[in-house]
Design a binder for this molecule. Structure first.
Ligand code: SKM
Length: 285
């Protein structure tokens, strides 16, 4: 039998830690398999994903900027990917047809459940910063889990409104956009604050937010994981507020793909977390 082989595709792709995650699980389970990263330019996306088998792949993860563009190439689309118009996990069915779904939602929730058990019982109001692809998955995840009100704040207010609008009908008006300059005003009612922007990531602009007013029993989640402790999480910690970093979202979103491709349900263990965290620390000065 040929070696089952999967990959992650993106553009650029050098930063991806997916090979480390899947490589860890392959070794842990003593499986003969491989996981590679492949830089696929936007113009080559269709040709690449429609020839996975010919290229020797049983499936793939899809990252920025291809998650939306890959949708038209998928023959069997999962419900979550359909709801988000974005897929990050591809596999082939018995007939060799391309299947895809979105596991970022499960990754986000798996990370929060692990880092802040019971968060959903207290998260009546969640404030999500950002209006891009990550924010879309986060807002959808929060609505699915029954959060009563989801406020979306973004430096470009029109993008926050567009994202709120997207989920308004399906959520019975539970989603609203809040102007960026009003963040301070909405913090006192916020029980879960999620940074779904890339602000605060190494090499990006800082995320400057004063958490005064955020209740001490709130939870702060940053989906950024380089650095592991962002300024936002450090500020939460200094105020005695529980913070959850973004690395766990990356680890948890990888689980369904590995299970499909290699036939074993892998676990997100402290050892895996340490392994990936030490790589992040090595590359972050
Ligand atoms: O959704 C994930 C994707 O599956 C893999 C990834 C990566 O390798 O950096 C990041 C996220 O977009």
């Amino acid at each position: 039998a040929t070696l089952p082989k999967a990959c992650v595709i993106g553009h650029p792709i050098g930063h991806s830690r997916s090979p480390l995650i899947h490589g860890h699980w392959l070794r842990e389970h003593g499986l003969a398999g491989a996981y590679e990263k492949v830089d696929v330019a936007p113009d080559d996306l269709g040709a690449f994903v429609t020839s996975l088998a010919e290229r020797g792949y049983v499936g793939a993860n899809v990252t920025v900027p291809h998650k939306e563009a890959v949708i038209p190439h998928i023959v069997h689309l999962g419900d979550t990917a359909a709801a988000l118009d974005a897929a990050n996990t591809l596999w082939l069915n018995e007939d060799g047809e391309l299947c895809g779904d979105n596991t970022d939602v499960a990754g986000f929730l798996g990370n929060l459940d692990e880092g802040a058990p019971g968060w959903d019982a207290r998260a009546e109001v969640a404030l999500v910063l950002g209006a891009g692809g990550a924010a879309k998955a986060v807002v959808y995840a929060l609505l699915t889990r029954g959060v009563q009100r989801v406020l979306i704040s973004n430096r470009s207010f029109s993008r926050a409104e567009a994202l709120a609008e997207r989920f308004r009908g399906a959520s019975n008006g539970r989603v609203e956009a809040a102007p960026w300059q009003d963040i301070g005003k909405v913090l006192p009612q916020t029980k879960l604050l999620v940074n779904a922007t890339s602000l605060g990531m190494f090499g990006q602009d800082r995320l400057v937010i004063d958490l005064t007013g955020l209740p001490v029993n709130a939870v702060v989640n940053d989906i950024v994981y380089v650095p592991l402790e962002t300024e936002l999480l450090a500020q939460a910690r200094s105020r005695g507020i529980l913070g959850v970093d973004g690395l766990g979202m990356l680890l948890h979103q990888a689980v369904p793909g590995f299970e499909r491709w290699f036939g074993v349900l892998p676990r997100v263990t402290p050892k895996l977390r340490e392994h990936i965290a030490s790589d992040v620390l090595r590359h972050y000065p």
